[in-house]
Design a binder for this molecule. Structure first.
Ligand SMILES: [Zn+2]
Length: 125
């Protein structure tokens, strides 16, 4: 068998991986798959994805803030760290938002948290 037969490599049009064969081992694209999959949907879908990840991040931050808030205001001295994080977070949040949060807390959150606490007390003693 001759040694100098060069293998024919193909550069994947989607991910630029060099491969031999019919399918890209990296992204699974077929030899003839067109390039333009990434820009499919264009600017609008990119913007939408960006906004969705922002909203997700905001939701995670909000939940973290609420959990910290209720941990810090729980009885006992074990929660000094939570209180410290919360205090520094409060400096970064506008006062109007904090006021709104305090209102929401009185209207909804307190009863929800109480219900959740009751549930845990009933289940775990
Ligand atoms: Zn590929």
């Amino acid at each position: 068998m001759p040694q100098n037969v060069r293998k024919v490599y193909i550069v994947c049009r989607r991910c630029k991986t060099r491969f031999a064969g019919d399918y890209c081992p990296y992204c699974g694209a077929e030899k003839g798959t067109p390039v333009a999959l990434r820009s499919h949907g264009g600017l609008l879908s990119g913007l939408l994805r960006f906004l969705l990840s922002l909203a997700l991040l905001a939701a995670i931050l909000l939940i973290t803030f609420i959990v910290l808030d209720y941990t810090a205001s729980a009885e006992g001295d074990r929660h000094g760290a939570a209180r410290a994080i919360l205090d520094s977070a409060r400096y970064a949040i506008p006062q109007s938002v904090l006021d709104y949060y305090a209102e929401l807390k009185i209207q909804f959150l307190d009863s929800w948290i109480a219900a959740i606490k009751d549930f845990f007390v009933t289940v775990f003693g």
